[in-house]
Ligand binder design. Structure first.
Ligand code: NAP
Length: 279
């Protein structure tokens, strides 16, 4: 299948699976917009595109996606620069063993790994709607059991742990998919939650010694990145028919368990709107 006219936006596309997907999509003739915070890595991507003759189809938007204002700027830039977005692939992540509050007063993991995905998904709806088969692939952790959102303290100010923050962001992304698909059911946009399994990537993060040792073993035993992106490429190429679907690697999983309940999804949507109100 050729997709010479597709435009693919990849958040966290400067490393790991996002970068591999970006280079794969360029090789296949797509226009690729990589969003990342590291200008040097962005330039490496642009140089790689230039050396393969794809410079006219490769774009880098530098942005710290842990900031609401930056996500809004990215949405504006993409909306102005690209009339149609065929696929939005959400990959940005950064683990933190210690709690960090952004300059906007939000806990970093919640802001980067959930709020950014909320803002990009909803903000790019008009651009996605213009595509023939629009899809959002939220690369996260569906299929993994997770505790409930800390409704009274989503910023985990009272009891922060890096793994707790990651699991909460994963839960929030499952619920984001449910709420998004409910709100935009008639838009034609398919929302895919995808858990790639263990993949040997950069594991962007700041780790304490114990977690760093665990990450080293994940890097040693994880699948190669090229293998890890295969199910992502498959979903971008051939989105499922339903407004919402979830996969662990290539295996489709049920949405019938409590991880995808509409009530907490609606509750998180309301909480998110409150958090974003006035920012
Ligand atoms: N790898 C796995 O085993 C695995 C398993 C399950 C799920 N996943 C999910 O798959 C997705 C991709 O993971 P990965 O392992 O490929 O990621 P990765 O190698 O850690 O790369 C993460 C990307 O996000 C970028 N990023 C970090 N902080 C950012 C910020 N504030 N603003 C903008 N960009 C930022 C990183 O840029 P820098 O290089 O500048 O930090 C990098 O490009 C993630 O959502 C992850 O949770 C991965």
């Amino acid at each position: 299948m050729t997709h010479a006219t597709r435009t693919i936006v990849i958040s966290g596309g400067t490393d790991g699976m996002g970068r591999a997907l970006a280079l794969t999509a360029l090789r296949r003739g797509d226009t690729v917009v990589v969003v990342g915070r590291d200008e040097r890595k962005g330039q490496v991507f642009l140089d790689a595109a230039a050396s393969s003759g794809a410079e006219g189809r490769a774009f880098f938007l530098g942005a710290d996606l842990s900031l609401v204002s930056e996500n809004r700027r990215v949405v504006r830039r993409i909306t102005e620069g690209f009339p149609v977005v065929d696929a939005l692939v959400l990959c940005a992540r950064h683990f933190r063993s210690t709690r960090l509050v952004t300059a906007e007063g939000l806990e970093n993991t919640f802001a980067l790994e959930y709020l950014s995905r909320f803002l990009l998904s909803h903000g790019l709806v008009p651009s996605l709607r213009r595509a023939d088969a629009p899809v959002v692939v939220n690369v996260a952790g569906p299929g993994v059991p997770k505790p409930e959102i800390h409704w009274d303290d989503p910023g985990l100010g009272g009891n922060y742990h890096g793994v707790t923050a990651q699991l909460q962001a994963g839960r929030a992304n499952d619920l984001l998919g449910v709420a998004f698909a409910g709100e935009h059911a008639s838009s034609g946009i398919r929302y895919v939650l995808l858990n790639p399994g263990g993949v040997a990537t950069s594991f962007s993060g700041e780790y304490d010694a114990e977690t760093a040792a665990h990450v080293e073993s994940l890097k040693r035993f994880g699948k190669p990145v090229e293998e890890g992106i295969r199910p992502i490429v498959a979903r971008v190429d051939d989105p499922p028919a339903e407004p919402l679907s979830a996969f662990v690697e290539d295996r489709r999983i049920t949405l019938a368990d409590h991880g995808f309940d509409p009530e907490p999804a609606a509750r998180l949507l309301a909480l998110t709107r409150t958090l974003l109100d006035g920012r």
